[in-house]
Design a protein around this ligand. Structure first.
Ligand SMILES: [Zn+2]
Length: 509
């Protein structure tokens, strides 16, 4: 029978303590809710004795989270344990996670005790924690450098004292998968009462082995995995949970295990954690990087268009990623170009694929990545020329006050006729420009991306504004290129509007 792997998420504890700026209570709540929605079994919320802020946020979250077990960290000290229990007292079931150094170096130089005293400390702490809850986890800190004899000795004692989960961390990320799984096997073989507890692992990624070590521990019989979303955490980070979860899902049969995770929530949760923690996701990050499902080479793109399984081991939909893009670069083939044109609603008789492909390659060589709106412009090059300046900027003025109103007047030229408007708003210059253009052209859209690039040309500095907008569920791009930043913004929006109009006109034909 398949065994369930318990997932303990420590994004809010191990992950949070590595951030440059602490999360606010509101941000922690948002993350905790996302983790609960994802089906995380145990959410480690923090280390309540460490700061009043941590204590308060744990208290707040413990009132909200109902479906996941909440957990707080505590040293083997009476005050730590009492404070941890108090912080979670609003919840009717919680876990106290105790930790104590068990390696010679920790025992002697950090704790200044002998091993017998360490065992006694662990036992009395577990007993104290058990007064508050049945669910006590014990971590043998620095287990990797603890002799296997001592490790087995203390584990047997703490299980007897009432610890339900025994955690073996690779605190400094030094282990190799084979060696690490050997530790788990030895513990299972040598500790008599090991069946009365769950073996957990907590791996760090200093050698890039955190996920591999976690998986090898599962193979050796570990039943709980600790890690963080996107692998954030001290130094090189913790084991990335989304990678472990998907590895389990893809190899469920051979590993003979499963998780209770709602896989479709993975992508969303990863985005929330990245944004709130201000830790960007590397583009090539496994599972959740933006390139994880985009294909660049012509052969791969052609293969994926014929059957996704040719080059995709994971269906992006399964992690909640709706739209997967093929990168259009000079390495892309005709199949990808045709695919994009079809996605935009064009039939193959609407354009000349040979001509389009040639023009596409030229542009791709210059520009690097090409977008769908570029393709559309290339396909209908002649129309684009005529239509390029359907709406033309004649003149604008702008007057903006800090913490006050912005007034914009814009005059557009449309087929030799002038149209003008004046708008006053409280929501800043960009919105004022948008409102004025919307009134003049009747196009309303959402700005998705806004980018400023400065280019030095001789003595003057050119301000290039690139915007990507969403109009009727389609993306359009526009750019403005002048020495004045505001004028560039007006032109970029106008360019995008002209692109929308052109595409509508082509489709009407
Ligand atoms: Zn850690």
């Amino acid at each position: 029978m398949k065994k369930k792997i318990i997932i303990l998420d420590t994004t809010l504890r191990d992950g949070e303590q590595s951030l440059k700026a602490s999360l606010t209570a509101r941000e922690k709540i948002k993350i905790a809710i996302a983790l609960e929605n994802m089906g995380i079994d145990v959410i480690e919320l923090g280390f309540p004795i460490s700061s009043p802020g941590d204590f308060k946020s744990i208290q707040q979250i413990s009132k909200i989270i109902k479906n996941s077990r909440i957990c707080s960290l505590a040293r083997c000290l009476e005050k730590d344990i009492d404070v941890a229990a108090e912080a979670m007292s609003f919840s009717n079931s919680f876990r106290i996670h105790l930790f104590l150094g068990t390696s010679d170096i920790h025992v002697k130089s950090k704790l200044r005790k002998n091993f017998k005293e360490i065992i006694e400390m662990a036992i009395s702490s577990i007993k104290r924690a058990r007064k508050y809850t049945d669910d006590v986890e014990f971590s043998c800190e620095d287990a990797g450098r603890t002799s296997i004899d001592n490790l087995c000795r203390i584990i047997e004692k703490v299980i007897k004292a009432g610890a339900k989960t025994i955690n073996i961390p690779d605190t400094v990320g030094y282990s190799f998968p084979e060696k690490f799984s050997q530790i788990i096997k030895e513990i299972r073989k040598r500790v008599d009462n090991i069946d009365q507890s769950i073996i957990s692992v907590h791996c760090h990624n200093d050698l890039g082995m955190a996920v591999a070590n976690s998986i090898s521990a599962i193979q050796a019989g570990a039943q709980q995995i600790e890690g963080t979303i996107n692998g954030i955490g001290e130094r090189a980070g913790n084991a990335a949970l989304e990678e472990i979860i998907m590895a389990i899902r893809l190899h469920e049969k051979s590993l003979n295990v499963y998780t209770n995770i709602k896989h479709k929530e993975i992508y969303k949760t990863s985005q929330i954690v990245s944004k709130l923690c201000c830790v960007p996701i590397p583009i090539n990050k496994a599972i959740v990087g933006i390139n994880a499902f985009s294909h660049s080479s012509g052969i791969h793109q052609d293969g994926v268009l014929k059957n996704k399984k040719n080059y995709e081991i994971i269906d992006p939909n399964s992690i909640g990623l709706k739209e997967v893009k093929l990168n259009l670069t000079s390495r892309s083939g005709r199949a990808a170009v045709k695919h994009y044109m079809k996605e935009m609603g064009y039939h193959k008789n609407d354009y000349d694929i040979n001509q389009l492909y040639l023009n596409f390659l030229k542009l791709a060589d210059k520009k690097g990545q090409v977008f769908d709106y570029d393709l559309e412009a290339l396909a209908f090059l002649n129309e684009k020329r005529k239509e390029l300046f359907y709406f033309k900027l004649k003149k604008f003025t702008i007057e903006s006050y800090s913490k006050g109103t912005t007034t914009v007047s814009i005059k557009l030229l449309l087929q030799e006729k002038e149209y003008s408007t004046k708008i006053t708003t409280n929501s800043g210059s960009i919105d004022a420009i948008y409102q004025a253009l919307k009134k003049l052209t009747n196009y309303s859209f959402i700005i998705k991306q806004f980018q400023l690039t400065l280019e030095q040309k001789g003595d003057s500095e050119i301000k290039k504004i690139d915007i990507t907008i969403n109009y009727n569920n389609r993306c359009f791009h526009g750019f403005g290129l002048t020495t004045d930043i505001v004028e560039s913004i007006v032109n970029a929006m106008l360019d995008a509007i002209n692109n929308i109009r052109r595409s509508e006109k082509i489709k009407k034909k």
